[in-house]
Design a protein around this ligand. Sequence first.
Ligand code: GLU
Length: 318
Amino acid sequence: MNNKDAQALLTHIVARVQPLLSRGVLPKYIPQLTHVNQLQFGMAFITLDGQEAFVGDADVRFSIQSISKLFALMLALERVGDDLWSRVGREPSGRPFNELVQVDHEAGATRNPFVNAGALVVTDILCSCFAQPELALLQNLRLGARDERIDIDQGVMRSERGSCHRNAAIAHLLKSYGSIRNSVETVLDTYCRQCALAMTARQIARCVLPLAADDGLSVAGTRDSLKAAQRHSVVALMLTCGTYDAAGDFAARVGLPMKSGVGGGIVAVIPGVGSLCAWSPGLDESGNSIAAARAIEIFASHTGLSLLGAREWVRAAP
Ligand code: GLU
């Protein structure tokens, strides 16, 4: 697909998702995120050979929330390699992302890095590797996006830190089982800062692009970091666990490895081709953006760039 075709498809998608923008809810448990204008939509598509197509609010910054779990995982894997998997699993949880009971039931083991328990362990690993882990992450993302304007939204950070009672409970539970090594406060502070990173769809797509490459590139574009097997683990986790408890349904509907966040962003990897990020704030009951999910589904079905190939019936649906 050339850049002109990609741009035309994105323009078509914006029109298709307009009726969906007012649907869904904003995440009330992070009060600051309820002040966002829900009628926004942006999308960016970037190819490995350097073409970029974008549309709508693709350059508006939003709260990346759980998409930060993907970036934290990539950085931690770069640092500690496969030892990470001795502390975090690679199985879907079958439970909500902020589940407490499973952590207790499984004696402090964490199912995967995309549920909050696993993400807190990944953050704990970063806290052991860096004096200021959120700055290491920020620097990595600025390099990957080739854009210095990425930053932590302090208002969102304070809002979440002041109301992160479930994550605090999970972190204390993990600590009681010896699953995190730094103090609970340190891990929670860092976790809330990473979730409060504000980025645009275009910046996110750029940072995820290395996962689509056949050779080993890091987010920051250096060649000596994630090994192929590690990238395969990350991409497989995105497919099986990246969209909360709806990942199985998304695999069947869209057929692409994705990671979503309650800020309304969804990023997708198209192996061997490129990356795609869509954003719109209204969420469905599983925590995924309704319009962003539909946009990526339409993209995949039109282009056939998906495990499922091109699907006429999805193209025709409203
Ligand atoms: N900061 C949010 C939390 O930990 C992230 C949720 C999300 O985007 O899935 O609850």
